[in-house]
Design a protein around this ligand. Sequence first.
Ligand code: FE2
Length: 340
Amino acid sequence: MRFHGIRWKKAVLVVFALMVVYSFLPMARFWLMEGAPLEDNNLSSAEILKENEGVYFSFIVWGDNHSGLFFNDSAAMKLIWHMNREDRFRKSPIDFVLSAGDITLDGAESHFRAWKKIQELIKYPVIAAVGNHDDLDLFNKYVGPHQFTFVNRNSYFIVFENKRGNPRKAGMEWLEEKLIEGQEYEHIFIVMHKPPFDPYQQDFYNEDNSYWAYRFRKLCAEYGVSMVFAGHKHLFKSEVFDGVEYIVTGGGGILIEIPEADGGYHHYVRVAVNNDYVTYEVRKVSPPLWQVLAYYMWKEAVYWFRNWYGSGYIFGRNTEILPEREPHLHDPEHWSPATM
Ligand SMILES: [Fe+2]
C-alpha cells in the first residue's frame, strides 16, 4: 500500500510539473515568430472597417498589455487565445480589437517589436491608443497616428491622446470638434489611456479635480457619448457619470499589482452594439499557471496579510490634519475654460 501511495504522489507531482512547463511553452513560439508588418497599423485597420455594413457588431477592448517583458507577453498570449475564440458562437461579428494604450513595457524599440508580435497573434484588425509608457515617435512608426477618428458601421470612434500630461486647450477643442462630427452616428465611443477620474482607492494623482477631466466628462455628457474606454490603472472598473459609461480596462497582460478583489485581474471587454443599444461583458482570464505559482498567489497572500494586520494602526493614530495640496481649486476660475 505504502509503495502505491508514493507512486501516486510522484505521478501527481510529475503531472503538475508538466502543466507548469506547458503553461510557459507558448513563449517559445513568441520568441521565434515574426511580428506584423509595419504597414499593418491603425490606419490600415481603420481602412478595413470602412467596408463593414449593418447595425449589429462587437468589438474587443483591452489595455496595458505592456509588451516586452516575458511575464506580460505570456499572459497576453493567453488573453489572445481567448479573444480569438470570441466569435465561436457566431452571435455577432467581432470587427476589431481596440487597445487603451501602454502597449509596450516602457517604449523601447524592442518592446514595440514585441507588440507587433502581439498584433500578429490577434486575428482581428487592431487599433491602439498611445499610453504614457509608449514612446510617441516609435508609436507613430510601429502603430501609426496617435490621435484620430474612425467609423465602423453605425458608430464613430475617437482615439484621444492624453499621454503627455493633461490635455490642453488645443486637445480639448479637437475633441469637441470630433464630438460634433460624430453626432450623425448612432454611437460615439472614445478610447484613450488615462481615465478622467481616479478608479482605485487613494490615488495621489488627483485626476478627479483636474480641469481636463472635469471638462472631458461634461463634454461626453453634452454630446451623448455611449462609452469611454481607458486603461492606465491595472484593473477592471466601470463607472457611470451623467449617463455615460466609463470603463477602465488595464489588465491586458501586465504583471498586476492590485488585489484581485479590487479588479486587479487579467481580462478584456467584449462590447456588443445592437443597433441603438450597447452592452458589454468582461472576460476574466486567469494568468498562465507558471505565473500563478511565481507571482499571483504571493501577491494575494501579501494583501491578505496586510488587510489582516492593517498598516500601522497599532502604532500610529493619523491625527494630523493635512493642508490641501492644490488650494487654487477653491477658485471658480479653475473650473472655467479660460484656465486651459
Ligand atoms: Fe500601464
